[in-house]
Design a protein around this ligand. Structure first.
Ligand code: SF4
Ligand code: SF4
Length: 371
């Protein structure tokens, strides 16, 4: 079975390696496919469990039910040659929308070194090894997308996705400016079918309101007392940093290899101001926005938002609105990392915020699926 048109464009010219001592992706509970169960039943039956709920599947157990995979020892996989497909695929994510596209996980520090294997070639080999599974997933997701487009047309909220993306791309430099994001958010409420044409930053924008929107967006993902449900930031020293927000206060803890957590500090979220970006920070942020703008999973999240809101807003309004919220979330996370780690708001600080942020999209709701 051959899958036509897998989109590898995000990986073009990129390399990926897996430096010693990381193990961050082993904090994401790996699914074990039915065909992989024979190995685990025979060799490590004690390490496998089954998830509950509608989409029940087998996966590997986590240390103390919340740390890394039980098969990680000294930050090394003890069954490397037999690890599940989920683990082999990292840092590549196959997204099934109305086609299959491959995204690079920018939370993996191994994709920032500039060394390692050719990312597109590695992903192609992985796709070939999973062809029939990807084809089955694509069949299912294409059906969902067809139905979604039909509802949009009927509701009169359909727009040309390529035109939306091209317009964002033409205005990308402005997206690192909260005054411009404020203007977009206003226009998306004022106009039934908005465009970015003749839109400029609003010099009189309400900075406190934007800061509050940025903080709310960032805190949403940290709002759980379950370490498995909040984002992990793999520090430059390979530490696994976990941030949990409760009643407006953020607690920073470090998870060790045994799954134990040590509290390192805390801060009231309102005491973290949205810090201005330096020029080098703006550049890397705009490059990241360009990546998001090309990702099918971002689009799938926009479509999910339209569905959740009952198809009341045009696709363009929702798309630009979602991008504003994403950028604000990232800016606030950069400000928070700067508070705890003094990473600044230049190239280094924004790169660290991307490393902190990018893996979250795996949990973001979408009408497609990572497979
Ligand atoms: S996150 Fe990247 S660098 Fe870290 S263990 Fe996984 S693949 Fe390797
Ligand atoms: S099986 Fe190996 S690579 Fe996969 S999560 Fe466990 S330790 Fe990590």
């Amino acid at each position: 079975m051959t899958i036509p048109d897998i989109d590898y464009s995000e990986l073009t010219g990129r390399k990926a390696e897996c430096p010693d001592g990381c193990g961050m992706c082993c904090l994401c509970q790996p699914e074990v496919l039915p065909r992989e169960m024979a190995f685990f039943r025979r060799n490590r039956p004690d390490c496998v469990t089954k998830t509950r709920g509608q989409d029940s599947h087998f996966c590997l157990k986590m240390k103390k039910g919340r740390g890394s995979c039980v098969l990680l020892d000294g930050r090394r996989c003890t069954i490397y040659a037999d690890r599940p497909t989920f683990c082999r695929q990292f840092p590549y994510h196959f997204y099934a929308g109305d086609r299959i596209s491959v995204e690079l996980d920018l939370s993996c520090r191994g994709v920032w070194t500039g060394n390692g294997a050719d990312a597109a070639e590695e992903a192609r080999a992985l796709a070939e090894a999973s062809e029939s599974r990807l084809a089955a997933e694509l069949k299912e997701s294409s059906e969902v997308y067809r139905e979604f487009y039909s509802i949009c047309r009927e509701a009169g909220v359909m727009s040309d996705v390529s035109a939306i993306r091209m317009s964002l791309s033409a205005n990308i430099d402005k997206f690192a400016d909260p005054a411009y994001l404020a203007r977009i958010m206003d226009r998306s409420l004022e106009e039934p079918k908005m465009t970015l044409e003749n839109l400029n930053p609003d010099p009189r924008y309400d900075a406190a309101e934007m800061e509050s929107a940025a903080r709310d967006a960032a805190l949403e993902s940290m709002g759980s007392s379950d370490p498995m449900m909040v984002p992990v930031y793999c520090g430059k020293d390979w530490s696994w940093n976990i941030f949990m927000a409760r009643d407006g206060r953020i607690t920073w803890s470090v998870m060790d290899d045994a799954g134990d957590m040590t509290e390192m500090g805390s801060v009231d979220a309102e005491d973290v101001p949205l810090r201005p970006l330096e020029e080098s920070g703006k550049e890397i942020l705009c490059r990241y926005i360009a990546v998001l703008n090309g990702r099918e999973s971002f689009l799938g999240n926009v479509f999910h938002t339209m569905d959740r809101l009952g198809y009341e807003d045009d696709m363009a309004n929702t798309y630009y609105g979602c991008m504003c919220v994403t950028v604000l979330d990232l800016m606030w996370r950069a400000s928070m990392l700067d508070h705890f780690f003094h990473t600044g708001m230049g190239e280094d600080g924004i790169r660290e915020a991307i490393i902190f942020y990018d893996m979250d999209r795996l949990d973001a709701p979408t009408i497609g699926a990572f497979v």
